[in-house]
Design a protein around this ligand. Structure first.
Ligand SMILES: [Mg+2]
Length: 174
């Protein structure tokens, strides 16, 4: 059970994820959460660090797709002009949208990695589907109201992960 909450890789910030790491693990598609993974939930558009990160991933020949639990308007505004497809209102951790994406891309799950900031949504759902999971520390402390509840459970899971020597909060794999 705890394995479903354990990411394959843990980083302090999205741009600590190197394209070389993804290549080494055979990743061809990076599924990227937006809120608190790339920017704070109340920041509408990508900043230069995000743009540089997305460009570096693309230049390595890896496709990117955004998957967000947020509404279409937020996701569309963020993705505007980036030429990156997106799946809003994804209902993570339900596997539904991950499965739809695998079908749409006709890609084997072993070539797909998910980058997200939440154990309870991004990582749980993606591990359930069998994707490669990458947890990043949130870019800021502030969260949406619904995420605040998730964080309470997340902290309980972090404690269990530490106790079972699977993962320690703040001890990154980079
Ligand atoms: Mg998030």
């Amino acid at each position: 059970m705890l394995g479903l909450f354990t990411p394959n890789y843990y980083i302090h910030r999205f741009n600590a994820l190197r394209p070389a790491y993804l290549k080494e693990h055979g990743i061809e598609l990076l599924v990227c959460d937006i809120d608190n993974t790339l920017v704070a939930h109340d920041i509408a558009v990508p900043d230069q660090d995000v743009l540089d990160f997305l460009t570096a991933i693309k230049e390595a020949g890896i496709q990117i797709v955004f998957i967000s639990n947020n509404v279409e308007e937020r996701v569309a505004t963020f993705a505007k002009g980036l030429d990156i497809p997106y799946y809003p209102f994804a209902l993570k951790p339900l596997p539904k949208t991950y499965w739809k994406m695998l079908k749409d891309y006709k890609i084997n799950k072993k070539h797909v990695a998910v980058l997200g900031d939440q154990l309870m949504t991004d990582i749980l759902g993606a591990n359930f589907v069998g994707l490669h999971t990458i947890l990043t520390a949130p870019v800021v402390e502030r969260d949406l109201a619904c995420t605040k509840i998730n964080r309470k459970f997340e902290n309980m899971v972090f404690k269990l992960l530490k106790k079972t020597k699977r993962l320690t909060k703040g001890v990154y794999h980079e």
